[in-house]
Design a protein around this ligand. Sequence first.
Ligand code: AMP
Ligand code: MG
Length: 320
Amino acid sequence: MVRTLPSIVTADAAGIAAAARALRDGRLVALPTETVYGLAADATDDRAVARIYAVKGRPTFNPLISHVPDAEGAFALVRENAWAKQLATAFWPGPLTMVLARRDNCPVSLLATAGLDTLAVRVPAHPVARAVLAAAGRPIAAPSANRSGKVSPTTARHVEDDLGGDVDLILDGGACTVGVESTIVDLSGARPRLLRPGGIGGEDLERLVGPLEHATHCAVVAPGMMASHYAPTLPLRLDATASRGREALLAFGADVPGGFTLVLNLSSRGDLEEAAANLFGYLRQLDRTSVDGIAVAPIPRHGLGLAINDRLRRAAAPRQ
Ligand code: AMP
Ligand code: MG
């Protein structure tokens, strides 16, 4: 079988412009950051974000970091506080990711944040990444450009070897230098909390914001690990094939059972990427309606369907 390889493009002015154009068109672009190569997509485009998850082959929706060219861009998406301003001045651009409350008008896809009300933002230091972000003019979601479980790529060739034809363009900016992921600090709570150690030391953060709580000392290490995290308010019933009482239906595919008060179809043509793109938005929409519960049609258990089923299982789990 002939596989179309993505073009590896040198990160000169023309390459950067092509990458920014591709991102604006909803395509996937691998690009260098100071940590590792990122698999980048327009963070405001549900379908493009769904493709990131599909290509990485993750069985869950881990929230993604949104990359922006400067602190001003970051604080247009999230509500900054005194800690965030101090850390931004000291460490941006650089390998520090801050988790803060989303603003009400934040355009980032709910899929990119796995339905959370917080958003992780970072201003990378790599000149190529910064140039692409500036030219794209929108927040860019970018986890590491490797299949789930594989080693993170530090050259354009690594990306091509691992992701092959599944990425539309690979921007070659040479080998990455840091190789360590960004430090993630959650500033959305009562105290700053270190979620992931990384390129910037915890002590350096503590000098500015005081003692950090450590995620390992808390119940939740990463979002999504808690069984009923960010569940809808209404009860959720999975694998529903017929109506029971005053329920709304989250349907999938062409066969939609009758008798439901309200129906939203994740994808009437049975497309899992489209379903993933719609999942969190539709759940929220149904959660705001006056029904007694939400029934969810069976979703195929392969490809992105694994991550969709994982999320639905958590949303339906007994509340904690
Ligand atoms: P990466 O794999 O380097 O793209 O980092 C993504 C990680 O950032 C996720 O696995 C989460 O642990 C963390 N993260 C992203 N968004 C959030 C958020 N809103 N709240 C808490 N952690 C987040
Ligand atoms: Mg990774």
